[in-house]
Design a protein around this ligand. Structure first.
Ligand SMILES: [Zn+2]
Length: 90
């Protein structure tokens, strides 16, 4: 569960299976997009933040660019990743 900016309270979020990549010169941000089950408000979960693109494995980067569902599912199951993004578990 995450706090939803749309509903203004904690809600169940679903993995959209889509990544967002923002490359800015020598630094790259990568997010996995989650959506509120109720209002569809989106939430970007940080995967990489201001990271040198050379530090991201090429194969993984391709997954981000192609919105690879398996990679998205894998992140969705990664408790540490979710916790880092302030997920709350029942
Ligand atoms: Zn919501």
């Amino acid at each position: 569960m995450f706090r939803c900016g749309g509903c203004g309270k904690k809600q169940e979020f679903v993995n959209s299976g889509r990544f967002r990549v923002n490359a800015n010169g020598k630094s790259v941000d990568v997010w996995l997009i989650y959506r509120c089950k109720k209002c569809k408000h989106s939430k970007n979960l940080t995967i990489y933040e201001r990271t040198n693109p050379g530090r991201i494995p090429m194969e993984l980067f391709e997954c981000f660019m192609n919105n690879d569902m398996d990679a998205a599912t894998e992140y969705g199951r990664n408790i540490d990743f979710l916790k880092k993004n302030n997920a709350e578990f029942m």
